[in-house]
Design a protein around this ligand. Structure first.
Ligand code: CP
Ligand code: NVA
Length: 308
């Protein structure tokens, strides 16, 4: 049994296996109706709990569909509707759920909730996003880059904007997949210090370049995300917009990177804020491939967790 909690805490060879497995499963389904079962049914007889303490479109639907394609069943639970939201401890919730279900995916706020769930559950636990990381998204992003451009090893990835949870998982991925990562955003919104220190200790080719125009030179991939994440107080919205306005990904910034650079965004996007519609819908954007690949990547993650 394996938990999938973060990219930097998962073995690099296992991550590589999951990406390749995901691509194989994607290819095997080409031309099939979305709802058709896979030829292999490794989750037959399995029940998966999907717990959400924050909103979700992609994570919720892609996990649900993925489990069903592999023959399993899901139960989607809102944290607020559970006793979890009314004082029952995370540990007790984990122990109880482990008596009913075979796998738990949780999207939550504080990462200690995820960690306690994993410590107390006797079934695998998957991180469906916390305030600190979003590993399932970045597994889909690695898969998406490689299906367009081949191995990501040695490529230049540039993150433009807030040093948030999704950025953190890119930094973890830079360590495991061996690509160069540049952060371009205002100092006030720098990534978490402990993650940066770890990356430097591990010898990750990580750079901070405040000027987005210089940052994107020679980029193979440019990535943006919302300026206000779900865990950010709405009262910080104006300040964040003021700090990040100079970091919008638009046609001029993409032109500075060159025609070969891909554009990614985990979605949901705020068109006209962190990215323009012309970039989102333009020839370099692979945002909807990323969304699709959540499905395939997570199927491989679940199979790895369960060893099936
Ligand atoms: N990218 C992502 O995780 O989307 P949702 O918030 O819709 O799940
Ligand atoms: N950084 C965003 C990602 C949403 C998928 C958030 O945490 O709200």
């Amino acid at each position: 049994m394996n938990h999938f909690l973060d990219i930097h805490t998962t073995d690099a060879a296992d991550l590589r296996h999951m990406i390749d497995h995901a691509q194989g499963m994607k290819q095997a389904r080409l031309g099939r109706p979305r709802g058709a079962p896979d030829d292999e049914q490794p989750l037959a007889g399995h029940m998966v709990a999907l717990i959400f303490e924050k909103p979700s479109t992609r994570t919720r639907v892609s996990f649900d569909v993925g489990v069903r394609q592999m023959g399993g069943e899901t139960m989607v639970l809102s944290g607020q509707d559970m006793q979890l939201g009314h004082g029952e401890t995370i540990g007790d919730t984990a122990r109880v759920l482990s008596r009913y279900v075979d796998l738990i995916m949780i999207r939550t706020f504080d990462e200690t909730v995820l960690q306690e769930m994993a410590e107390c559950a006797s079934v695998p636990v998957i991180n469906g996003l916390t305030d600190r990381s979003h590993p399932c998204q970045i597994m889909a992003d690695m898969m998406t880059f490689e299906e367009r451009r081949g191995p990501i090893k040695g490529k230049k990835v540039v993150w433009v904007g807030d040093g948030n949870n999704v950025f953190a998982s890119f930094l973890h991925a830079a360590e495991q997949f061996d690509f160069s990562l540049t952060f371009s955003g205002p100092q006030q919104l720098d990534p978490d210090r402990d993650y940066v220190d770890r990356a430097r200790e591990k010898g990750v080719d990580f750079t901070i370049q405040r000027d987005p125009w210089r940052a994107v030179e020679g980029a193979d991939l440019i990535v943006a995300d919302t300026w206000v994440s779900m865990h950010d107080a709405q009262s910080t919205r104006e300040r964040r917009h003021n700090l990040l306005r100079a970091y919008q990904v638009n046609d001029d910034l993409m032109a500075a990177a060159g025609d070969e650079a891909l554009f990614m965004h985990c979605l949901p996007a705020h068109r006209g804020e962190e990215v323009t519609s012309s970039v989102m819908d333009g020839p370099q954007s692979v945002v909807f491939d990323e969304a699709e690949n959540r499905l395939h990547a997570q199927k491989a993650i679940m199979r790895w967790c369960l060893g099936v």
